[in-house]
Design a protein around this ligand. Structure first.
Ligand code: ARG
Length: 284
């Protein structure tokens, strides 16, 4: 009798251990030990590219894209939120493996960091109060009060406007308030993020000028000589050819994506003015 009891005890104990192991495994899914954990920086204040929900979850076009790239390239992604202004120096110091944050490929940035092939066609736009009919292009910005995000291509562009009085902001959405309050005359910022903020942030009383100031492409940034850049580029190519890129684009913009150049060199920012189909195609 005693012997049977002991056996039962042993059986229950082993069953318990087994259940515990299964439970632990589902909580901590074992990743392949060869899977590289890619530390990716992002500034989640740039709707709809990167957004941090109240739950702490990151969402957005860039987040979906990098997760999809990681999937095909066999990476695991660990996000790190950073202010946009510190992104380039953090990459340069190799404190992260990559950054995705609507970062425009520019000649200046290419001096210190590397970029993937372009993954998004963008451009800078002027935003004004709805009743302002005077500001419509580069020339009419001269001597005006202009708001920009620190460290952005919008901030660099604003420096080239003669006699402009520039106010800088840490994150995008803040400057629209200043525009509405009448503290500044215009905002120079990324067209898509701005159009999206107006549409979904229910900002009333401001509008985007249809003539864009620049043609820009976003790239995934890495430190120079990154061992992951090739895999990232191959990942983008795969997503472009297998329809995943289009799916992600449609999800966030409800538009068919435009053609993208296949190397960063063809995607360097251009100060080219002109009416852009980007804005005309955006469905409000
Ligand atoms: N495209 C602009 C730049 O590269 C602005 C990007 C802002 N991104 C952000 N996550 N805040 O300078």
């Amino acid at each position: 009798m005693k012997l049977i009891n002991l056996k039962w005890q042993q059986l229950i104990l082993s069953l318990g251990c087994l259940l515990l192991m299964i439970a632990c495994k589902s909580f901590y899914p074992t990743t392949n030990p060869n899977t590289k954990l890619l530390k990716v920086a992002t500034d989640p204040t740039f709707i709809p590219f990167e957004i941090q929900r109240a739950s702490g979850n990151l969402e957005g076009f860039d987040i979906d894209l990098i997760n999809a790239i990681a999937k095909v390239a066999g990476f695991a992604v660990q996000f790190e939120s950073l202010p946009f202004d510190g992104m380039i120096s953090t990459l340069q110091a190799k404190r992260v493996d990559a950054a995705i944050s609507g970062i425009t490929i520019t000649t200046e940035r290419l001096k210190t960091i590397a970029f993937s092939r372009p993954y998004f066609k963008a451009g800078l736009a002027i935003t004004v109060r709805e009743d302002n009919q005077n500001i419509k292009d580069f020339n009419s910005l001269k001597g005006k009060k202009i708001a920009v995000q620190i460290g952005s291509t919008g901030a660099d562009f604003a420096k080239t406007i003669p006699n402009a009085k520039i106010s800088t902001f840490n994150s995008g959405p803040e400057f629209f308030q200043d525009l509405l309050n009448g503290n500044v005359d215009a905002v120079v910022s990324d067209a898509f993020a701005t159009l999206y903020a107006i549409k979904n942030g229910k900002l009333q009383g401001i509008r985007v000028v249809a003539d864009l100031l620049t043609q820009e492409y976003y790239g995934i940034a890495t430190p120079k000589d990154s061992p992951y850049l090739d895999a990232i580029n191959e990942g983008i190519a795969t997503l472009l050819s297998n329809g995943t890129y289009k799916q992600i684009y449609l999800k966030w913009f409800n538009l068919d994506p435009p053609q993208l150049p296949d190397s960063w060199a063809l995607g360097i920012e251009k100060r080219q003015r002109g009416r852009s189909s980007l804005i005309l195609n955006f469905k409000f």
